[in-house]
Design a protein around this ligand. Sequence first.
Ligand SMILES: NC(=O)c1ccc[n+]([C@@H]2O[C@H](COP(=O)([O-])OP(=O)(O)OC[C@H]3O[C@@H](n4cnc5c(N)ncnc54)[C@H](OP(=O)(O)O)[C@@H]3O)[C@@H](O)[C@H]2O)c1
Length: 230
Amino acid sequence: MKPHVTCLMISSVDGRLHPSRYTESPDGTRKDWSAAYEQQHDALGGDAWLVGRVTMAEMSKASAHPPASPGAVERPLHVATRADSYAVAVDRSGKLHFDGGTLSGDHVVVLLGADVPDAHLAELAGDGVSYIVSDAREIDFAAALETLAEAFGISTLLLEGGGGINGALLAAGVVDELQVLVAPALDGGDKVEGIVTLGAEGLAGKVRLSLLGADTKPHGMVLLRYAVTV
Ligand SMILES: NC(=O)c1ccc[n+]([C@@H]2O[C@H](COP(=O)([O-])OP(=O)(O)OC[C@H]3O[C@@H](n4cnc5c(N)ncnc54)[C@H](OP(=O)(O)O)[C@@H]3O)[C@@H](O)[C@H]2O)c1
């Protein structure tokens, strides 16, 4: 059975997902919006958090260091270790690099597409990173989540962006709950670079949201909680 998936996002009032672009709040607490996100992450307490390739690249800055000779590599699954908590990255073509098997204390698992070269898998294994390779170039998120549950014991997973990957998992129908922390802020641009949207495919007809609750949070933030059904 796949893990229970909760998508947690921070948004401006006009629905934009990149806090560095937001207007400042009157009390100058803009930096605390990220702290509120982390507090909600801790409150939800999942076994794993999952992010997209772009978001993970902001956290893992290692460069490529493939072994001279890859040798035999495991496909489709390599379990470097099992852990109490996991950092999961979606990287269908193998662009991400790591300098160890943990990130912020969580064991790293990478979800890859079938075209990823053996040399990249050998690099990940050499770094102590676990991975799951999909059968096709496009990642089968339902199957990957089943493997995360079966091979790593993950039963609750926090989907934490960015917008591209959140939208892809919503479109795949594998998200159970959506939590949006709305900051008292606006973005406002619509023809400038840096706008992050919720995927590219459009979600009409793919999911439905039912309000579970709305909670006020410090610094004028509001937490909206929705059940997601397909
Ligand atoms: N507001 C929030 O809550 C929040 C949370 C986290 C991050 N962020 C911000 O969001 C920004 C990044 O957002 P983003 O949307 O550009 O990037 P992202 O979601 O982190 O990653 C997007 C990448 O994921 C891969 N991807 C997308 N759809 C896929 C699919 N169906 N299957 C497999 N891979 C898929 C693609 O990688 P490839 O191009 O390699 O195929 C795509 O470029 C960052 O600036 C970050 O600071 C905001």
